[in-house]
Design a binder for this molecule. Sequence first.
Ligand code: SAM
Ligand code: SF4
Length: 338
Amino acid sequence: MKNILEKAEINHNLNKDEIIKLLSSNDISLFSFADEIRKKYKGDSIHIRGLVEFSNICKRNCYYCGLRCENKKIKRYRLTSNEIKECGQYAVKLGYKTIVLQSGEDDYFDADKICKIIEELKKYNLAVTLSIGERTFEEYKAFKDSGADRYLLRIETTDENLYKTLHPNMNFKNRIKCLKDLKQLGYETGTGCLVGLPNQTIESLANDILFFKELNADMVGIGPFIPHPNTPLANNKTNNFNLSIKVMAITRLLLPDINIPATTAMETLNKNGHIIALQSGANVLMLNITPQTYKKNYEIYPDKAGINNNEDENKKLIYDKIKSINRSISNSYGFRQD
Ligand code: SAM
Ligand code: SF4
């Protein structure tokens, strides 16, 4: 273990066997190691992103997700362009430098509508991150030309067979193409995976980490899979928290200068999830600023952390936690090279 960590510290490269050893070990020195690398490359300040979940309407049917189109039990909503603009104003008021626009794959928001929204938000000098799923190269280009800075699209799993079983009518090769298109267009490109999916192996998680490295992802978000009762995976209950923290920490070893969020799914599974993640390689937090009336209906998985707090309460809670571990809030946009 020690040899592997020392090797990672020197050249930020590990082979698949070494990653599998780290994932299989219970040696907690991995986490302090990842924390030191985070400190060396990213410093102690944490970048806050304001997250707006602007539509829970989705044409896809991913087996794990509560927003899948076959889930008839959720109340669907869309924010108006004006409401999204107000979220932008609110993000500025809270002092956030980035707004993340996330939604299901909702074709109502065509390229034209998304471009207009981006142009409005750029007037507030916000960095704009999109997380709206698979689109064509031309659409990604139009968003970029309108001012979008970053794009999040998790590969979810690099195991093509597993990908197929979980994503009906979707195409693994197209997902990879989307990520390459985003890179080519100059987006800061984020990807990531779900941890603890049924039939997912440790080897497949090691491949996921190698994929992040090969893509040279600028951001990587790791989500422990949390079963949603109204999905085909409702009964796949396991606590994937520890394994997801390991995947995240190893990602930090291999990609020392990227942005890595402490994810909401981690906080949902462990009441100290954010703090543990921030002390194991993470340097970003995404705080939900979706209007309270809509928030509860963006139910990807149940009992999402922070769902009942308003934005100010959430902000205070998190800022107190950040102070308690002697970290600070960044004033910069938090691009990879900042
Ligand atoms: N529709 C876009 C997409 O799929 O890229 C963005 C929204 S989607 C809700 C954002 C992320 O939620 C997905 O990338 C997936 O990893 C995560 N997610 C969905 N269902 C989940 C679950 N049951 N547990 C944990 N994360 C989940
Ligand atoms: Fe839709 Fe994204 Fe959920 Fe899949 S993960 S069902 S694309 S919102």
